[in-house]
Design a protein around this ligand. Sequence first.
Ligand code: FAD
Length: 487
Amino acid sequence: MIYDVIIIGGGVIGCCIARTLSKYNISVALLEKEADIASGTTKANSGVVHAGYDADRKYIKRNLCIRGNYLFTKAHKELNFPFKRIGSFVVALEDDQIEQLNEHKQLGIQDGIPGLELILDKEKILEMEPNLTPDVKGVLHATSAGLVSPYELSFALAENAAKNRVKFFRNQEVIKIRHQDYIFTVRTRTDEFKGSNLINAAGLYSSNISKMLGLDYFDIIPRKGEYILFDRNQIHINKILFPSPTKISKGILVCPTLHGNVFVGPNAQNLIDVQDLSTTTAGLKEVLEGGKKLVPNLPVRSSIRNFAGLRAVPDTMDFIIDNTDVYGFINVAGIMSPGLTSCFSIAERVEEFLELLGVNMTIKEDYDPNRPAPEHFTQFSKKQIDKKVKEDPAWGRIICRCETVAEREIINAIHAPVGARTVDGVKFRCRPGMGRCQGGFCRPKVMEILSRELQIPYEDITKRGEDTNIVLGKTKDRILNQIEEQR
Ligand SMILES: Cc1cc2nc3c(=O)[nH]c(=O)nc-3n(C[C@H](O)[C@H](O)[C@H](O)COP(=O)(O)OP(=O)(O)OC[C@H]3O[C@@H](n4cnc5c(N)ncnc54)[C@H](O)[C@@H]3O)c2cc1C
């Protein structure tokens, strides 16, 4: 089969493009190298839907961010992913930072950003954010800023795209591309796919993909950001708190999550290794010190996890969204922050390019933009729980006690379109393993459920795909085999 469009990369950008194209009468395939979508940069970032005032006007990422932020409202109604406009504060700790915040406000208003206000009344600020440092001199309040769960957004996009007949292929690492007679032949480690148009949304690897077609005009530098996550209910933060930005970064923020935790981070360190997701003592110290400048009483002792994400920073410092010289090949590369915020506006731009390329953009008669929210045990009232458990006992079996996740949620996550195939896939879809014990108790049970539902041996269940097996075999079998060998 020759697809009308093939997308390389199943991060939030690839998934959003897939979902946007799923409304048209065209065939679309998405190829992802990992065992699951949302396994790259999309998995570990701050999850902030930025208001859009901070990027320089010379960059396309500024307008794409402002428009992207606006588009979240409709998408949230349709796709039911976790999203809340809680607003952000950029915090000035020195008098001379106020002028910079005022400039952001003025330019932001001119560019149509709603709800920007400069607050200089310290009492009012501390009333709005009681745990903020008393050294605050003023804040730029952006009411349109919000929080989103980046991977849950990606799952929602993929589920909806799959429902509208986009084909998702995981474990398909693209290794070679040929373009002949207006057809792309895309070779992966195991298969071959053909398409008339090809979209490169491969994140940190996007310059490699571009080079496969001889287009060597940008480089991607991995820039690591480390985070510390605190347990729930240890401290209350109302807003997304940014320090006054520097030229290279928005700085280390203190931020609530949509699930009741607080995190601090990220720092910024340029790397060579695109796989280095390690956290370091020095990095975490920097993150903590940065966070404490905004919130001095961070609950240091209740940190439950450290993690790192890698930004795909292009040498141009701007998003690269190009209809290239290779007919039908579109680069969507260098999607650093605010890429998550901009996913819907980036997808709009890709739509425009495909239209220019003459792709049939008529709307499917049966296109359905809606995706129901997955059901979670914690959202039910006691009465609803009684009813649910009577109808289906799997609602009554709590697998993860830290996050109160019922077996039915895990089964649903596995059988959803583009459903979970790994322990991490389940964790990121419905949270077993996200809590204080980090999966110490529930992981074996999650593995049992995966094994049973997917009908694959327990030993073949992995954490996140190839080479991440959790168990090797039955202890007794191994000992018996050893005894047998010694005889
Ligand atoms: C520390 C940090 C904080 C951030 N905070 C924010 C924020 O608060 N707000 C915001 O708007 N943005 C933020 N961002 C940016 C945002 O996370 C990214 O813009 C977004 O996730 C990029 O998505 P993507 O789909 O381009 O990349 P990815 O998520 O990396 O997806 C690319 C996919 O391509 C796949 N792939 C690669 N090579 C191949 C191949 N050869 N074959 C098949 N598949 C392949 C990868 O496995 C991956 O899944 C942050 C980023 C970082 C790192």
